[in-house]
Design a protein around this ligand. Sequence first.
Ligand code: ATP
Ligand code: PRP
Length: 215
Amino acid sequence: MITLALSKGRIFDETLPLLKAAGIEVLEDPEKSRKLILATNRPDVRVVLVRATDVPTYVQYGGADIGVTGKDTLIEHGGQGLYQPLDLQIAKCRMSVAVRDGFDYEAAVKQGSRLKVATKFVSIARDFFATKGVHVDLIKLYGSMELAPLTGLADAIVDLVSSGNTLKANHLVEVERIMDISSHLVVNQVALKLKQALLRDIIEAFASAIGKSTA
Ligand SMILES: Nc1ncnc2c1ncn2[C@@H]1O[C@H](COP(=O)(O)OP(=O)(O)OP(=O)(O)O)[C@@H](O)[C@H]1O
Ligand SMILES: O=P(O)(O)OC[C@H]1O[C@H](OP(=O)(O)OP(=O)(O)O)[C@H](O)[C@@H]1O
């Protein structure tokens, strides 16, 4: 049995066509059911629904054999125990620094004073500002980062941006692009050895669905 960890929403939705290409169809709609374990048309494959940030942890410790997770989440997790064979090129966005419209970010960075930065992505933010030589006080948040500069909690945020609509709606502007983000396939390293044939088939089907070779 292969257990695949997915999160509800965009990752589940965007993984479905890849699963289909691998001959796997999920038999229930997670938006309509309260079930956390979903059967597929294949008796040897099931899907478990977990929080997006928990996908790498489930796969690392073998709660799932394989999973789909954003590069942001993967970097924050650290990637221990995970084989990362494929960038699936889904759930694409970017990690950026944003500030309140009118805030002089360049001056704040040049002055050498400490910048207050609110984010869910503490590792990515710490590395980025350390490389730039900017001193920061990091404030860990779990959501609604956009509110932090508006309430005086922080000078800047590090968050995911796609269309830019969320920033615009909250009078924030993107001042630096840290990295491009997409979702990756992660595989438990022990499972890869023990369930090699089944997992290789899925990895190869995903790879050919996105036009890549795993060889
Ligand atoms: N606006 C977006 N456009 C495209 N991809 C995105 C966007 N926002 C997030 N992502 C990607 O999708 C992944 C999952 O995001 P999602 O919103 O489903 O979970 P979350 O609510 O951030 O996570 P959690 O529930 O664990 O806090 C992110 O890790 C990121 O890689
Ligand atoms: O540039 P945009 O297209 O507006 O997308 C950016 C928003 O998308 C993500 O939130 P999401 O929609 O996933 O909400 P959530 O983090 O609360 O789940 C991210 O945290 C931003 O707030």
